[in-house]
Design a protein around this ligand. Structure first.
Ligand SMILES: Cc1cc2nc3c(=O)[nH]c(=O)nc-3n(C[C@H](O)[C@H](O)[C@H](O)COP(=O)(O)OP(=O)(O)OC[C@H]3O[C@@H](n4cnc5c(N)ncnc54)[C@H](O)[C@@H]3O)c2cc1C
Length: 424
């Protein structure tokens, strides 16, 4: 019997699905011992720090992750960062195979003047802020204006716009960070404009998320009927199923009568942002009507861009266009990559499962005789790390703190606070 040691770096969906794929391939003769290394004290990646708090059902996939983690021959090393605490070379030397699953966490930039003004930020900062990511708890978010512009035409833009326009007490029974709930309760923002460069027929929103919008109880959602009618004409007869479903969902929204709710989310199409203006802070966004020279501007105090993500570079890994350079998930020698670090920021949580499974099949077919060169615990000396049992203590404490408040969990934010809950 051979037992191979595999290090998986990154405890998001792709990392857990890679571990699950290894577990599924085990036989009496082939066993894997899995070490999962995660820079944060908490696992689950974007399921904890990305998925919108008002979508709790999606987060139940974490039950699958915990099953993988407790299936045996699995160790968690939370609070350990590849590139800082340990190097890729060390892991490649010690493990039979190394799987990079570090995601894609940096927000893409528009590259227009004024983008760095205070009041202009990326969804890659705003989303982890409201989701209690320890690195983003103290970023400055200006909610003391009446209008915000969200630039982007995907589900992240929609999540951001929804979080800004929900009646904040709707967030009380969610796991939104306490600091964000109190900021939203003080927010003066009453109108959020989601702005897309292209027409509704090209938007990357998905229809289940669009269909949810008319059900919001305290938010007006406005789409111009004329915009959708023109998009239907442009899209023509041979329209793809998903596009049709999206346009149908947008048509339904556009036909809904406006209510007298205090908060409004409004969609704007065919508008290319060309400049963000303001003296010392954001005051307006200048747009050009896509395909024409006509310009117009929207006064606002907050701009959030949600136009995609790219991977942060980790020393020792090759990158190309925001992703780890790979061929079908193989990087070099015994090094592999899965998830958003491999494909870029596309696909839902489930997409990472089939993707990781394919890469793991390739990995297993290329294994050399098992090594005996130690493991990550030999590199950590006195460094505290969050093991699976520490994480289970953190998880239980958060869930218990949430219970009397009617929340699925009350998230701890700061690293020290999280380590304390874990008994470290
Ligand atoms: C805002 C947002 C909302 C989303 N909502 C949904 C949704 O509702 N439904 C859905 O199906 N999908 C949703 N998605 C998509 C889904 O989250 C992704 O498909 C999935 O998380 C990608 O998995 P991953 O493991 O590749 O990356 P991630 O989930 O980002 O996990 C990467 C992990 O690696 C860790 N890491 C990074 N660098 C290092 C390092 N140097 N050393 C150690 N660890 C490191 C990170 O801390 C993180 O835990 C959303 C995405 C975003 C951005």
């Amino acid at each position: 019997m051979s037992t191979y040691k595999v290090a998986i770096v990154g405890a998001g969906p792709a990392g857990y699905f890679a571990a699950q794929a290894l577990q599924n391939l085990q036989t009496d003769d082939l066993q894997f011992s899995i070490d999962m290394i995660e820079r944060l004290p908490t696992p689950w990646g974007l399921v904890r720090s990305g998925v919108a708090p008002d979508h709790p059902k999606i987060k139940t996939v974490s039950k699958v992750f915990e099953k993988v983690a407790t299936a045996g021959n699995f160790r968690l090393f939370g609070g350990v960062e590849l590139g800082t605490d340990i190097s890729i070379e060390q892991l490649k030397e010690m493990y039979d195979a190394v799987v990079i699953a570090t995601g894609s966490a940096l927000g893409k930039k528009l590259g227009i003047p004024g983008e760095d003004l205070p009041g202009s930020l990326s969804a890659a900062e705003f989303v982890p802020w409201y989701n209690a990511h320890p690195d983003f708890h103290d970023i400055d978010i200006s909610l003391d204006c009446d209008t915000a512009v969200v630039i982007g035409a995907g589900n992240v833009a929609m999540d951001v716009a929804r979080m800004l326009t929900l009646e904040p007490s709707e967030l009380d029974p969610t796991d939104t960070a306490d600091h964000a709930i109190s900021a939203f309760k003080k927010s003066s923002i009453r109108e959020v404009i989601i702005s897309a460069r292209r027409g509704p027929e090209h938007a990357a929103f998905t229809s289940p998320e669009l269909r949810e919008l008319p059900k919001l109880e305290h938010t007006n959602v406005l789409i111009s009927q004329a915009d959708i009618a023109a998009a239907i004409v442009r899209a023509g007869e041979e329209i793809e199923k998903d596009t049709k479903s999206n346009l149908d969902a947008m048509l339904l929204i556009s036909e809904k009568e406006a209510t007298n709710h205090d908060r409004t989310m409004k969609f704007q199409f065919l508008a290319t942002p060309v400049e963000i203006k303001g003296s010392g802070k954001v005051e307006e966004v200048v747009f050009q009507k896509t395909g024409s020279d006509e310009k117009f501007s929207i006064k606002c105090g907050l701009v959030i861009t949600a136009i995609g993500y790219e991977a942060a570079c980790i020393a020792g890994l090759p990158y190309e266009r925001g992703k780890v350079l790979n061929r079908d998930g193989h990087v070099s020698e015994n090094l592999y990559v899965v998830g958003w670090a491999k494909r870029g920021p596309s696909g839902v949580i489930g997409t990472n499962k089939s993707d990781a499974s394919d890469v793991i099949k390739l990995l297993v077919s290329s294994l050399k005789p098992a090594k005996n060169n130690g493991d990550v615990s030999d590199l950590l000396a006195d460094k505290k790390f969050v093991s699976q049992s520490h994480w289970e203590a953190i998880n239980a404490a958060e869930v218990a703190a949430g219970e009397p408040l009617g929340k699925p969990r009350k998230k701890a934010v700061l690293r020290e606070e999280l380590l304390g809950l874990g008994g470290l």
